[in-house]
Design a protein around this ligand. Structure first.
Ligand code: DGT
Ligand code: CA
Ligand code: CA
Ligand code: ZN
Length: 585
């Protein structure tokens, strides 16, 4: 039976909220959206509570009241929410796809459905091309133009899962497979092993001498919602909104299959050519010495088999050290390996603190004390509170005024006096459209850490965006440029820029560039981090946590930094406190 994940539950409530809003219902959408956020942030699967019959515990989840918890139970038990189904019939629009178009919200979807019978992206594009939208009351030529510009991006996004949602599922799959007797070894492969920020599907690989038993056990897993296909050596299933592909291979080919199915395709192509140049043939079945073979393409398994059981052996057969999966994107990793010059990548253990986190002083959920307790649990040496300053992009009342910042600095100093971890007083300032950050000198002087992030005007041209971000980087008060692009995965493209240009300025002016570890952001991302580091820039891996549980996001940030070839020396918050202080403004 369906065992809904929290991500899946949250997606239903988000859709519910959107449809209600499109239907001009008041208040309820907000409650449903709050519930969706609470469900997403909840550390354990809510479906477990339902299955245990512990519905009282459901009501205790903040943001989940009676009305919502009964819908959660209904969904977990039946796979549907009847009220939502009715609403879908009443408003037959693909609201998830339509609201992915930047500038198109639920209300717009409702209006365009009623006025123009727009139900999906094709309808929307056709209506915009025909110039019908600008004639609808409340819309104009500018809106229509925006829709035309953004509809294509909306088409390309959305089918991919966030790493932060798919990876926990992949860990569950592995734990389940490991419990099967017929499984000798198992591992994830594909983009999820490379820790890409979004995932098309989850690939899992098993070595076993009885593949049919493994396939049977896999499709029987109680989290499986649908069997998509299955054969003697492979199967695909759907778990919630995620597709999971399993392949079973014999032990002597596990390493070669793991290497092959980890990809990326570009990495594999380059590695295969590297092998050919050395008289070797490489494929999912092994590494073969074909220097004495007349036709290496005659068969998949030809010549002398030199590797296949382990992945290390596959690289070793080519005279290369093992290459960490995060690097396998064909961005120079094979050349670096050949020169024995691979980076010594950052690990979670190297991270000594978090320099961008929030409290209830702005839009966080917890007190300074509670967040600091969370930081101590992470084993950090230092920890910065960086709540929002008021300014462009921050909802009125949420950001701190100068007076409030100074009050908070005092509160932080008090907490610091009593805590094990060194608590730094920071702020998250707003980089306005021109790159200014709007903090007075008096405030700057009192603060230890200044993160400056773009929160508004995220549709600038790349020239404007680059100028803007360079201005912020060059500002001597700014220590860290927070989530530089402002992108939201699957939702918003954010600013575009040349990361090497930013990296060069960042190196010159002693400003760090953030890898924001929130799984909806992962901003900067691998290739941008790599380009910035090549220019000598320092990066900072921060969670932007709004509650203690999300300090765990550091995991996504570390792997994203690794995709950018980051070594501990490149990462500000892998330095000790003294080195950190010397770097700060
Ligand atoms: P995804 O699922 O879209 O996030 O990305 P991947 O990289 O997981 O791609 P997927 O699931 O289609 O295939 C898994 C791996 O299998 C891929 O990274 C490399 C390997 N692979 C699949 N098809 C090909 C192919 O046609 N040529 C080569 N060289 N490798 C392939
Ligand atoms: Ca995949
Ligand atoms: Ca796949
Ligand atoms: Zn923040």
């Amino acid at each position: 039976m369906t065992r809904a994940t929290n991500a899946e539950l949250a997606a239903r409530f988000e859709e519910f909220a959107d449809l209600l809003e499109a239907d001009d219902v008041e208040y309820k959408p907000r409650a449903y959206r709050r519930a969706a956020d609470a469900i997403k942030a909840h550390p354990a699967p809510l479906a477990d509570l339902v299955e245990r019959g512990d519905e009282a515990a459901l009501d205790d989840v903040e943001g989940v009241g009676d009305a919502i918890s009964s819908k959660i139970v209904e969904y977990v038990e039946t796979g549907e929410i009847e009220e939502l189904e009715e609403l879908r019939e009443e408003l037959p629009v693909d609201i998830v796809a339509l609201t992915r178009v930047e500038g198109v919200g639920p209300k717009t979807v409702g209006t365009l459905y009623r006025e123009l019978d727009v139900r999906n992206l094709d309808d929307l594009e056709a209506a915009a091309e025909a110039g019908e939208i600008q004639d609808v009351k409340g819309f104009g030529a500018k809106t229509e133009e925006n829709i035309l510009e953004n509809v294509e991006f909306a088409r390309t996004i959305g089918e991919r899962q966030l790493l932060g949602e798919a990876r926990p599922l992949a860990d569950d799959v592995l734990a389940y497979l490991e419990s099967l007797e017929s499984v000798e070894r198992c591992a994830v492969a594909g983009s999820i092993r490379r820790w890409r920020e979004t995932i098309g599907d989850v690939d899992v690989l098993v070595s076993s001498d009885s593949s049919e038993v493994v396939v049977e056990g896999f499709v029987d897993w109680n989290s499986v919602d649908d069997e998509i296909e299955s054969g003697p050596e492979k199967a695909s299933v759907r778990v919630g909104d995620v597709r999971v592909d399993l392949r079973v291979v014999v032990p002597e080919e596990f390493g070669s299959a793991l290497q092959y199915f980890t990809g990326s395709k570009d990495h594999n192509v380059r590695l295969r050519n590297y092998a050919i140049d050395r008289g070797m043939k490489l494929n999912e079945y092994g590494a073969f010495d074909v220097s004495a073979v007349e036709d290496p393409d005659a068969d998949q398994r030809v010549g002398d088999r030199v590797a296949g059981e382990t992945e290390e052996g596959m690289y070793e057969a080519l005279g290369l050290p093992w290459i960490p999966p995060e690097l396998r994107e064909d961005r120079g990793e094979i050349a670096a390996a050949a020169e024995n010059n691979l980076p010594d990548l950052l690990t979670r253990e190297d991270v000594r603190g978090d320099l961008h986190t929030h409290t209830e002083w702005s839009d966080g959920n917890n007190t300074i004390d509670e967040m600091v307790a969370g930081a101590e649990e992470q084993g950090y040496d230092y920890y910065a509170i960086a709540d929002h300053a008021e300014g462009p992009g921050i909802v009125g009342g949420v950001g701190l005024s100068d007076t409030e910042i100074l009050e908070q600095v005092e509160a932080i100093r008090e907490v610091n006096a009593a805590s094990e971890v060194e608590v730094l007083a920071g702020i998250e300032a707003n980089v306005d459209a021109d790159g200014e950050i709007g903090l007075t000198d008096a405030v700057v002087e009192e603060l230890d850490v200044i993160v400056a992030s773009p929160h508004s005007a995220l549709d600038q041209s790349s020239e404007e965006a680059t100028e803007r971000l360079l201005t912020a980087i060059e500002n001597p008060a700014v220590d860290i440029l927070g989530h530089p692009s402002g992108r939201l995965l699957n939702q918003r493209e954010g600013l575009s820029f040349d990361a090497a240009t930013l990296g060069q300025a960042a190196a010159e002016h002693g400003t760090a560039l953030e890898v924001n570890a929130n799984p909806h952001r992962l901003d900067l991302w691998g290739s941008a981090v790599q380009a910035a580091i090549e220019e000598g820039a320092t990066i900072a891996v921060n969670t932007d946590a709004h509650r203690p549980a999300t300090l765990e996001f550091v995991r996504w940030g570390v792997h994203t930094a690794r995709r950018g070839w980051a070594e501990p020396a490149d990462v500000l918050n892998a330095w000790d406190l003294e080195e950190l202080r010397a770097f700060l403004h």
